[in-house]
Write a protein that binds this ligand. Structure first.
Ligand SMILES: C[S@@+](CC[C@H](N)C(=O)[O-])C[C@H]1O[C@@H](n2cnc3c(N)ncnc32)[C@H](O)[C@@H]1O
Length: 277
């Protein structure tokens, strides 16, 4: 079984317009919370177009950041955007990272976890490549709750077509809640596990600014959107439009919550998931 969904991530530009721009607002709050020392060595798994790596470079004074992604198309965009001698972009699978044990001070992943089938394997690898005493941390959207731009889309889509729920990360991703996240990291052998909410505004200039990214085909909701006939897509568009409150200048003000979780790699031999799996 493939560890990730094939062909879901096929355009860096489309990803950036749809989700990268919002991940860029979460990432600096997340890295500040991690509070790693300057000159730390980082790995960013599922780096996408580089939202989290950019935040690390801007605010954390890293010695080095290895940015790994399994999509060639997405990584190409990241390589251009992250032109910095401290960054090394690599094509690879987060479940099988080509790095020795304990190589990094910090291993992070932004918006990756719910897109991989074997979440324990990802945590095991992140913990393995991090030194004892180092930090493993990640964030995901609160899909089922306060991720309003996606909730509005899927609430409308499912009302018109119940089969849309197969694409809805809110239903597919029970891991994206505080307790399951905490359990996952604790079972990975991480210590001092903490979870927090990161809330950001997601303002749109107009309905077109909201809707156009759903036509990019990259990510679950855009993929569903582009699987529809033109007629069905138009019906969905108008239903979504009716659900959004528009301001006097056409603006649409929404908000999004991410759940962030972090833990410390235990001292001693790197044995993970021994009792849980
Ligand atoms: C939602 S995007 C998040 C990108 C970026 N971290 C951000 O916060 O904007 C998920 C990314 O994970 C990558 N990905 C999915 N499965 C992966 C895997 N098994 N190993 C490495 N990358 C993976 C995808 O190609 C995609 O770029």
């Amino acid at each position: 079984m493939p560890i990730t969904q094939p062909n879901l991530w096929n355009s860096g530009d489309a990803y950036e317009r749809y989700m990268g721009r919002w991940s860029r607002k979460v990432a600096p709050i997340f890295t500040e919370w991690i509070a790693a020392l300057p000159e730390s060595s980082w790995i960013d798994v599922g780096c996408g177009t580089g939202a989290l790596t950019s935040a690390i470079l801007s605010a954390c004074e890293p010695a080095r950041v290895v940015a790994v992604d399994s999509s060639d198309a997405i990584l190409t965009t990241a390589e251009v955007a992250l032109a910095d001698t401290r960054v090394h972009c690599r094509l690879g699978d987060a479940a099988s990272i080509s790095e020795p044990d304990g190589r990094f001070d910090v291993a992070v992943a932004g918006l990756l976890l719910n897109f991989v089938s074997d979440k324990e394997a990802i945590l095991r690898e992140m913990a393995r490549v991090t030194r004892p005493g180092g930090t493993v941390a990640l964030y995901v959207w609160d899909y089922a709750g306060h991720m309003q731009l996606m909730r509005t889309f899927f609430d409308a889509a499912i009302a018109l077509d119940p089969s849309a729920s197969a694409f809805d990360d809110g239903m597919k991703a029970p891991i994206c809640r505080p307790e399951p996240l905490k359990s996952l990291l604790t079972q990975a052998g991480l210590r001092d596990v903490e979870v927090r909410a990161i809330d950001i505004p997601t303002p749109f200039d107009s309905f077109d600014d909201y809707w156009t990214p759903f036509l990019g085909g990259t990510g679950s909701a855009p993929r569903y959107c582009m699987s529809l006939s033109e007629e069905a897509r138009e019906r969905l568009r108008e239903d979504v439009r009716g659900r959004l409150r528009t301001g006097p200048d056409g603006e649409i003000l929404l908000a999004a919550r991410a759940w962030a979780v972090k833990g410390t790699v235990a001292e001693g031999p790197g044995v993970y998931f021994t009792s849980a799996s």
